[in-house]
Design a protein. Sequence first.
Lengths: 285, 568
Amino acid sequence: MRTRAPFVAAAALAALAVPLAGRAAELRASAIPDEAPTELQRKFAPLGAYLAKATGMEVKFVPVTDYAATVEGLAAGTLDLVWYGGFTFVQARRRTGTAIPIVQREEDAHFHSKFIVPTSSKAKTLADLKGASFAFGSVSSTSGHLMPRYWLLKNGIDPDKDFAKVAFSGAHDVTAKWVEAGKVDAGVLNESIWAKLLEEKKIDTRKVRVLWTTPDYHDYNWTVRGNLDPKVVEKLRAAFLALDPSNPEHKAILDLQRAKRFIPSSPENYRAIEEAAKSAGLIKD
Amino acid sequence: MSVPAAPPRPALLRWPGLVLAAALALSWRLVDGDLHALLSREALGAALAFGRGFWPPAHGRDFLAFLARPLAETVAIAFLGLSLAALLALPLSLLAVSPEALATRGDPPGPLRRAAWLGTRTLLDVMRSVPELVWALVFVRSLGLGPAAGVLAIGVSYAGVLGKVFAEIFESAPRAPARALAAAGAPPLRALAFAVVPPSLPLLASYTLYRFDCALRASAVLGLVGAGGMGTQLELSIKMLAYDEVATMVIALFVLVAGVDLLSQVARRLVRESRGLFPVGLAALRVRAAGLLALLAAAVGCALFLDLPVRQLASLAALRSVGAFFASGWPPDLDPGFLRRVAPAVAETLAVSVLGTAIAAVLGFGLAWLAALRLRPEGGSGRAARTARVAAAWAARGALNLGRTLPELLWALVLIFAVGLGPFAGALALGIHTAGVLGRLYYEALEEVATAPAAALQAAGASGAAASAFAVLPQAFPQLVAYTLYRWEVNIRASAVLGVVGAGGIGKLLHVSLNLFHNHDTLTLVAVILALVTAVDLFSGALRRRIVEGPAEAPRARAPAPAVVDAW
């Protein structure tokens, strides 16, 4: 009898799980973890409340620590709405074929990355970084990896060969910390987070300086899964576009998103990113 | 025959010593070993500032309240994962019992039975050779984020361990009852199920409990890849240099692991005392039923707490999406350009494991020497000296516990800041964690040796140190070496994933390929890790047998094999 106990246990477990499966209608939102998840959650809270009111659904933020997992989450239908970077959007679009970018921030149409070095560094141009130890953000980051890699290659530096050491810090603010602490000779991060770190005095400008800024590219957007109810999609899009900086309540939400306002987005905006990813070898066909 | 034998050369100058020295030197070079990074004035200053950052531990009410849930999740994931592992391991281990052990006179095992045995053994080897973090990455990718992936990762990888150990327990159980059943006409597998399994159950339960604290540490790390538990928060606090928060979490983990250790010791004693299958009397039966019910209730409670989508996970669709994940990687990427990048990463991983284990052996031995109280003779010195010795022993034990509490991946995250990114941080991390594990095994082994030879030497006038060196160490030596090699086999698995946090080796390539959805590369890398781990297992296993049993050409009385210690 004893050997049968585990199977009885399994059966009982399965039976108990049945009532667990049914859930209330909720919208599961997430964001690529390009900043600390606690920070993302803080930033999302008022926006989530606003979207809940606009859609009449319960909005739940699912914090993640892994970029690629947000792509798989959208593909598997466990996430409905995700804040993607340009490259993760391209990955999600390629993975699902149907993911829809609904809005982007006005400033996402002209985005940049900043290469930073310790103030004491002798480097004057990108080419001077040969032989340095270098920190990207996350592997899947547009502004912390893909576009910087693309521009490094254009400037004659192959990160896999010409750097003494390449590290992935995982997030933009971590990259800045690493350069500030002298743990790497150089690093690269997204300009919006760089600006925020400067504003909040979280980085010591006596210790870190900007070496080079990339040209414009399209970055972040809010994407929904392709098979989400179109009515919900429309409500979401309308709600984002209705955010008005002259309304103080809306202004607070926009400020937390570091957005002047939201504008419509479309997959075509990210063609250039896809091409860059192909030429940098990050997308293989 | 009258030629006097040349005096034996010191052990370190014979070939095993020389090979070891060469391997260490090569490893040092490969991982960019850098004493300067460790001992320079800046490094020491940085380490001091770093140490100060830990004090006082974060104790704000908000933070503590926030921490409660990830902590509870970590325990729940470990518990459910281990339960799943035991459930999976039991049937697999029956198939994995060697056909020879099952064979009864005049009934040689058929080809079908052999094939089933070989298949199951291979499956178990694969399950336990792929590091649990890699399993977690696979499940996170194929089934989605969250604690479910953590439970499955622990379930699958520990099922591989438990299945192997269970099968070995069955193989070493007394054969007579099974033979009697077989003689009465029972087929071999049935004879096994009714005559061998029941009396082995307490041992199986005991070993499963023994693995609980390992599962707990594993579950604390899985959050690094999004598989639930406290790992997420730990990584975050470490990366954001919030060391006061790290300190609180380390203390919490320390207390948890110690508590679980204590509980599992009590439970194991109860199991041991319960002896055998057949409960004597109604009262014993009630106790067992209550125990099983409690386990079941705990499992259901954990599942509810973690909000596991059990029905979804137990479905065919879930199995299919894991299958689809591997299928999408077929065929593996064998592009020469890619393989050229894999080769140095493999060398680096191997070097990290060798150097890490060596650091652990040295550090662990030093601390174990202090910690082994029974080693030193009682008499002859004053009360103050004795108090100092006891204090040193407890301090050493505390240091070993601390090293053991924090898994190597978390040590690596911390050390990356102390010595910089790359494999050297990985080797040090491996060294510190393993020193904690090995040190404890070492001092337990040292305390077990016979004290008479040392006492005799001292009575003859030898100093305490000389007596230990010549009368204690040689007795324990084979055991210590065997433990160290066991840990090397564990460490090669660990060093294969250190790259996920930036500490070099093949884990970094795996991390990149997984994030970029280069599934063909991922499949190649998983296969390479599997091959590397298997190769190290075979090599180290052969070494261990040779050291414990002596050279094949000069058979000696077989020394008792060391108990299965933390073997994967």
